[in-house]
Design a protein around this ligand. Structure first.
Ligand SMILES: *Cc1c(COP(=O)(O)O)cnc(C)c1O
Length: 415
């Protein structure tokens, strides 16, 4: 019996319920993934027992020799993975990585430009409800009304008018490739810094499946737990000239002691991402998103921007007559986990929305390919086109379970 089951059966039982949800359902949340057993083991290790404030070789506590080793390993592997000059692996989340960059180079009320949350951006890019929106003066850019894609000429024009201190690019719900070089040029033109937040697409950028901003823009931030398939956490990469400012901004500027067990897990993740098999994985993630997009288009769904270049699809449900909230709940009843999402020119609140975000990273990690994506797209179509039919939804749930059972989360797992 596991020690957790023995000492705390209540928590153990909850974890087992969640395991069963993950095993029997289909996770299509674009920002989620399934980490390896090796990452799980590192994150669940005794590295959590130690305080290691500071950086390797300059800690505020004794006994950090092995923590220095693991943090150096994580930094070196991350630099190798992206060809970066400098890496900081201590940010506890993507949001904190972003805050650390802002805090290093902007003062209170300085002007920043970023993609609007309701058009694909992220809370930590200066949303009014986030500390970044309260602390800095924010001017948002959106997507073009016709193409629903970024329009670099209009972003450049806005930058010339606004004269921001920093231009942020990167998104949470944008299905198209982002031109990081164009953003850096726009920033340089107006004397601004450029930060690229690749939280969603880091795994694609690391493998050349999407162009990489590292070495192109001034600062690259990311999470490690989305397409990069590591433990929950944040990272920052930059050239050596910014290294000291960035490190100081993370600690002691923003955070206390680093999560050393997570840094160990990040080191494992970066090594996995350096393997050729991870490049194959990243390519398959995109192929899978395309296959799903094609089937959904065939089924009469509207896709924001008409398709996808990356790991995610944004459905505009207006023509289907459902809200994002209704669609999320209906698919949830069928064992398919997705999230409601605002679409360009959204008319509903963020709690209701007119769109749905669908991502392929997690199901691709389970080994699913194009055929399974087509099957899943047909499940989605059946459920959303006949919302009153609860018998059919229950049938789909059984079929989902059947499909999922052929693709275990972990090789030795018993369902
Ligand atoms: C997910 C995400 C983040 C934040 O990550 P957290 O670890 O949840 O703080 C930041 N930026 C973008 C673009 C994201 O998609």
């Amino acid at each position: 019996m596991s020690s957790l089951a023995e000492s705390d059966p209540e928590v153990y039982e909850i974890i087992e319920l969640e395991r069963s949800r993950q095993v029997n359902g289909l996770e299509l949340i674009a920002s989620e993934n399934v980490v390896s057993k090796a990452v799980l083991e590192a994150v669940g290790s005794i590295m959590t027992n130690k305080y290691a404030e500071g950086y390797p070789g300059k800690r505020y506590y004794g006994g950090c020799q092995y923590h220095d080793m693991v943090e150096n390993l994580a930094r070196d592997r991350l630099c190798k993975l992206f060809g970066a000059e400098h890496a900081n692996v201590q940010a506890v989340s993507g949001s904190q990585a972003n805050q650390a960059v802002y805090f290093a180079y902007m003062k209170h009320n300085d002007v920043m430009m970023s993609q609007d949350l309701s058009q694909g951006g992220h809370l930590s890019h200066g949303s009014p409800v986030n500390i970044t929106g309260k602390w800095y003066s924010v001017s948002h850019y959106g997507v073009d009304h016709e193409t629903e894609m970024l329009d670099y000429a209009s972003i450049a024009e806005q930058a010339r008018k606004i004269k921001p201190k920093m231009i942020v690019c990167g998104a949470s719900a944008y299905p198209r490739e982002i031109d990081f070089k164009a953003f850096q040029e726009i920033a340089e033109d107006v004397g601004a810094y450029c930060m690229a937040d690749i939280a969603h697409i880091a795994g694609l950028c690391a493998t050349g499946v999407h162009n990489s901003p590292v070495g192109v823009v001034n600062f690259t931030t990311s999470t490690t737990h989305k397409t990069l398939r590591g433990p929950r956490g944040g990272i920052i990469m930059c050239n050596d000239e910014y290294a000291a400012d960035i490190d100081r901004s993370v600690f002691p500027g923003m955070q206390g002691g680093p999560l050393m067990h997570v840094i160990a897990g990040k080191a494992v993740c970066f090594q996995e991402a350096l393997q050729p098999s991870f490049t194959e994985y990243a390519k398959q993630v995109v192929k899978n998103a395309r296959a799903m997009a094609e089937t959904l288009l065939d089924e009469g769904f509207d896709l924001v921007s008409g398709g996808t270049d990356n790991h995610l699809i944004l459905l505009d449900l207006t023509n289907i007559g459902l809200t994002g909230l209704e669609a999320e709940n209906l698919l949830g009843d069928a064992g398919i986990t997705v999230n409601k999402n605002t679409i360009p020119r959204e008319t509903r609140s963020p709690f209701v929305t007119s769109g749905l975000r669908i991502g392929t990273p997690a199901v691709t990690s389970r080994g699913m390919k194009e055929d399974e994506m087509k099957q899943i797209a047909l499940f989605i179509a059946r459920v959303l086109k006949d919302p009153e039919n609860t018998t059919m939804t229950a049938d789909v749930k059984e079929e989902v379970k059947g499909l999922a059972s052929g693709f275990t989360l972990y090789p030795d797992e018993v369902c």
